[in-house]
Write a protein that binds this ligand. Structure first.
Ligand code: BGC
Length: 368
């Protein structure tokens, strides 16, 4: 009888202990973080936008998450991932600073049985990526190029090409998408390449290989850095002959670089007019578009990307398999992906797409 009681009470103690452990491991539990989020840098408004949209999406939910920034350093990024692993995350949402370099960080996560979602930028050359949420980056490049084609003035127009960082797989996708639209228009004489001997050498090649893309991007990269973009644009205009000025077209990869490139071209009196692309719908660029200083931007609704990433994370936490719509090869495996569409914004539709849609508030802009 006594022995039996002891067994029952021991069982009770074990059950209570198990309940406490389970509670600690739950979404609300003491100090445990379920979803870790790592973003590349606070220095570009694009990623601060993502942080804000994550916070908005998480408001009122009981998911325990933590957002860390890598500040442009792959070492810091690895450290961030390790910090989150130690906090017991089950899912890691990570936008890599450098696609190849991030492999080591996610391999550490995989070892700790954490599911990895590559966010916006693909982590490359590793099998430790489970899912990828992204915008249609080829479509971004195509939309930028199509805008230049649609606004070309006659023929023989100088075309200045700029690209993102070679460490970012997206830079390849953007340029690849743009090239498929621009190349036929270079071949038919609408545009003449002003600033890239590598692109000039490949002007008859419709489909560029990764190596060929590398050559052009290596020459016209901005490294996603507004200052580098500015310096390059200045160098190009200083070197340009008179027939490479006048009315010009500029492929700028994103808003941060577009604004600084636009400022350089605007200050050259031999440049009569220019059409310049962008992407991200950063507030400063939305103002530039309203003011006619930047021609267009590609709006990527970050709310959708955040929703997709968190949706995937929650489905993993619930023990389900997230829905995907396709896959991307990362140089090692095909990563299952969910892709989101993009919207072209210029002066004509900026109010409708960005203000009336509730993405931004009218009070943040002048001259709408
Ligand atoms: C993102 C862009 C961003 C760029 C620079 C790319 O991977 O897709 O939205 O402008 O990185 O940060």
């Amino acid at each position: 009888m006594k022995k039996g009681f002891k067994t029952v009470s021991l069982l009770l103690v074990i059950m209570i202990f198990a309940a406490i452990v389970a509670a600690c491991g739950s979404k609300n539990g003491g100090g445990k973080v379920s979803v870790g989020i790592v973003l590349p840098t606070k220095d570009e408004p694009r990623w601060v936008q993502d942080e804000q949209r994550f916070k908005d999406a998480l408001k009122g939910t009981d998911y325990s998450t933590e957002i860390l920034f890598s500040q442009g350093s792959s070492a810091k990024e690895k450290e961030n991932v390790e910090t989150l692993i130690n906090k017991g995350i089950d899912v890691l949402i990570i936008c890599p600073q450098d696609g190849d370099a991030a492999a080591a960080a996610v391999e550490a996560a995989k070892k700790a049985k954490i599911k990895v979602i590559s966010y916006d930028r693909l982590i490359t050359k590793t099998d430790a990526v489970d899912y990828y949420v992204t915008f249609d980056s080829i479509a971004v490049g195509k939309a930028q190029a199509q805008y230049l084609v649609d606004h070309a003035k006659g023929s023989g127009e100088p075309l200045y090409l700029y690209a993102g960082a070679a460490s970012d797989n997206n830079a390849f996708l953007f340029f690849q998408g743009a090239w498929t639209v621009l190349q036929p228009k270079i071949a038919d004489g609408t545009f003449k390449i002003a600033n890239s001997s590598e692109a000039e050498a490949l002007k008859d090649t419709a489909d560029l290989s990764r190596d060929q893309l590398s050559k052009i991007i290596g020459q016209v990269t901005t490294n996603w850095d507004a200052n580098e973009a500015k310096n390059k644009a200045q160098t190009h205009l200083t070197a340009a002959a008179a027939d490479m000025k006048g009315d010009v077209a500029i492929l700028a990869p994103n808003d941060g670089t577009a604004r600084s490139i636009a400022d350089v071209f605007a200050s050259d009196s031999a440049v009569k007019s220019f059409v310049v692309t962008g992407q991200d719908a950063e507030k400063a660029s939305v103002q530039y578009v309203i003011d006619g200083k930047q021609s267009m931007t590609v709006f990527k609704d970050v709310r959708d990307l955040v929703k997709d990433a968190m949706g995937m994370a929650v489905s993993i936490l619930d023990g389900n398999t997230p829905e995907t719509t396709g896959s991307y090869n990362n140089g090692s495996i095909d990563v299952k992906a969910k892709q989101t569409e993009v919207i072209v914004v210029d002066k004509e539709n900026v109010k409708e797409k960005l203000i009336d849609s509730g993405y931004y508030e009218a009070k943040d802009f002048q001259g709408l």
